[in-house]
Design a protein around this ligand. Structure first.
Ligand SMILES: Nc1ncnc2c1ncn2[C@@H]1O[C@H](COP(=O)(O)OP(=O)(O)OP(=O)(O)O)[C@@H](O)[C@H]1O
Length: 288
């Protein structure tokens, strides 16, 4: 289901944080932007956790906002970064408790649903462990399981892979990808690599303004004539770093390959990746 944001602005303590945002969110949607861009603020607005000053938000063709906030609905699920509630309770008990708070049935009737969501997040083997025994990544997956109990159409993840070790990050990314088959998923992240792996559409915001919205390939194209690769020696490397915009250095057996963002041709043209498109776009718009 599509989320449409129209003319959304927010002011906090006389500072404007978001400026007339217009976004059409669908598929697995990646929200990228530098620190302080307004990503978390936007996520919280969508989750109904904070208000806005002007604008409207639609779920499909249904208006889900008043003049100042998005109405809380079970159709939108927001995952906080650390899901650590009831550390002394077993995962099953936590999920049962949450299920009972949401519905009006007795605990027993939720058993099958709990088994199903725990299976979805790959935690069936840990169902009877206490929350405090689980790793940060596992707790985050319990957070997803409890969201799924509500059967939301939209899932919001703010920096979902931050702080996870590599194995858990990959497991988590694969889970988000699977969830994207049945839900609209909105992910905010600094990690362009995660966004590249996961997202079917991207929105870039900076200083509270939308700089880009479109498919990953459209963003990559922004770097089509400005990304180059060069083989350099160890002696040349320092000079290249000091004088050029080097965005990646890769050591191979007998040489060092550097990727450079440049307006003028240097070395051989390279195939743009998402990070190149992102950096080329930021450079293109400058400080406006
Ligand atoms: N409660 C608040 N009071 C004052 N300013 C705030 C408040 N919350 C957010 N801001 C400001 O709003 C701007 C956007 O913050 P936000 O946390 O949404 O950005 P972000 O894109 O999520 O950043 P990051 O990537 O660093 O998490 C920042 O300049 C921040 O300082």
């Amino acid at each position: 289901m599509e989320v449409t944001i129209q003319g959304l602005s927010k002011v906090i303590k006389k500072h404007q944080i978001l400026f007339n945002l217009n976004l059409s969110i669908s598929g697995i949607y990646g929200l990228i932007g530098p620190n302080g861009a307004g990503k978390t603020t936007l996520m919280k607005i969508l989750a109904g956790l904070t208000n806005f000053n002007v604008g409207s938000v639609y779920l499909g063709d249904k208006l889900i906002s008043t003049s100042s906030y998005v109405k809380r609905t079970s159709q939108i699920g927001y995952l906080p970064q650390d899901f650590m509630i009831y550390p002394g309770l077993k995962m099953y008990e936590v999920l049962e408790h949450i299920a009972m708070l949401q519905g009006n049935r007795s605990g027993f009737s939720y058993k099958e649903e709990i088994f199903k969501v725990v299976e979805q997040v790959n935690l069936s083997d840990h169902l009877y462990k206490e929350m405090r025994e689980l790793s940060g990544g596992m707790r985050r997956r319990v957070g997803i399981a409890q969201l799924l109990l509500r059967k939301p159409a939209i899932l919001l993840f703010d920096e979902p892979t931050a702080g996870l070790d590599i194995e858990e990050r990959i497991r988590f990314r694969n889970l988000l990808k699977r969830l994207g088959k049945y839900h609209t998923v909105i992910i905010s992240s600094h990690l362009v690599e995660d966004i590249e792996f996961l997202c079917t559409k991207i929105g870039i915001i900076r200083n509270g303004k939308v700089l880009f919205e479109g498919k990953p390939d459209e963003l990559k194209k922004k770097a089509l004539h400005s990304i180059y690769e060069m083989d350099v020696s160890l002696q040349e490397l320092d000079d290249i770093i000091a004088t050029k915009e080097v965005i990646q250095i890769q050591e191979e057996s007998s040489k060092i390959v550097v990727r450079i963002l440049s307006d003028k041709p240097i070395g051989k043209p390279a195939n743009p990746r998402l990070i190149d498109g992102y950096l080329a776009l930021l450079k293109e718009v400058g400080n406006e």
